[in-house]
Design a protein around this ligand. Structure first.
Ligand code: BTN
Length: 343
């Protein structure tokens, strides 16, 4: 009922009487009062005025992150419709995988405020303190061949990058006269890191379970960590990691996650229909920070330099070599670096 109350109070934007809430949800006045008290504990500011009722004050929207807030804002058809929220958990990827084994449906979303055993790529840890970032995992049961699964990580990268553009408001630069936003370079570093100002702000870890015959995907989980307001990074990450609030105004974590889910659902449907990234290629390439820039391909068989020309409809990066020929780079096999830094 908490979600329904918040949705109604937000829609009205004015006082709603306790009596109306009772009638609307078919519950007693005490039940309404209890739900309102719980919502206040969750961080909502709700005024109660005698003879007028309850009013939701949303100035502190940025502070509320939780199940009620996410459910009351999500307008997707399936992405996040089944939602699990944890104040603390070992890893949302682990939880999503165990829910998948128990039969949880396509689109199940697991969100946490803190992870005690967050996992990154290449067996690394993903340090996940409470109260400042976003950690989530989306469970999918895609009807695609296993060799197309890695493309879904690119779909998520696109949804994230777009979500940041839609929701986050750039801080103005120090030079007030210039009024330059500090965040000019937010985009994707192929294949799926979200980079702000030359440093990584979001990471994606996709894991897949195949059917016994190995010819079909049983399920796939896409785990995402977004550094929103983290103040300090581990020594080895300094210079490589950034939190969005270093360059953007304070961010509503719920608003950002909702935008990412809505984008993902839209892009996923386009991808699933085409069975390729072709409908998303232009949008992805438009956000690709390496595009038309000199890159170094760290191929174990031998490094080489070229100019990144964007992705193919199957997700490989096209790199133009000095002789004008084009090489296709497969994610996972090699890493691509800018000549003068990380991007
Ligand atoms: C990377 O190394 O770049 C990928 C990091 C992925 C971290 C996220 S946080 C939510 C989800 N749960 C995990 O344990 N890992 C992913």
């Amino acid at each position: 009922m908490k979600t329904e109350i918040i949705t109604l109070l937000r829609e009205r934007g004015t006082y709603v009487s306790g009596q109306e809430l009772c009638e609307q949800f078919g519950v007693s006045r005490t039940a309404v009062w209890k739900a309102i008290e719980q919502l206040k504990k969750d961080g909502y500011v709700i005024e109660a005025v005698k003879n007028r009722g309850y009013l939701l004050r949303e100035e502190r929207e940025t502070a509320v992150f939780g199940r009620t807030e996410l459910e009351s804002r999500l307008s997707t058809n399936w992405a996040g419709k089944q939602l699990y929220y944890f104040d603390t958990i070992d890893s949302t990827n682990l939880k999503a995988k165990s829910l998948a084994e128990e039969g949880a449906p396509h689109g199940t979303l697991v969100v946490a405020d803190e992870q005690t055993a967050g996992r990154g790529r290449r067996g690394r840890a993903w340090i996940s303190p409470a109260g400042s970032n976003i950690y989530f995992t989306l469970l999918l049961r895609p009807q695609i061949a296993p060799d197309k699964a890695s493309m879904l990580t690119l779909v998520m990268a696109l949804a994230l990058s777009e979500g940041i553009r839609q929701v986050c408001v750039p801080q103005k630069g120090d030079d007030a006269a210039a009024q330059q936003p500090k965040s000019a370079a937010t985009g994707i570093k192929w294949p799926n890191d979200i980079v702000v100002d030359g440093r990584k702000a979001c990471g994606i870890l996709t894991e897949m379970s195949l059917s016994v015959e190995m010819d079909a995907i049983q399920y796939l989980v896409i785990g995402v960590g977004i550094n929103v307001a983290q103040q300090e990074f581990a020594e080895e990450l300094k210079g490589h990691a950034i939190a969005l609030e270093e360059v953007y105004e304070p961010i509503g974590r719920s608003s950002l996650l909702v935008a990412v889910m809505e984008n993902f659902e839209k892009y996923y449907e386009q991808f699933a229909e085409a069975q390729s990234l072709q409908p998303l290629q232009e949008a992805y390439n438009g956000l690709l920070l390496n595009k038309d820039r000199q890159v170094r391909v760290l191929d174990p068989k031998g490094e080489f330099d070229g100019i990144a020309r964007g992705i193919k409809e199957t997700g490989e990066l096209l790199v133009e070599l000095p002789d004008g020929s084009i090489r296709e780079i497969y994610a996972g096999e090699v890493s691509v670096r800018g000549i003068y830094g990380y991007v």
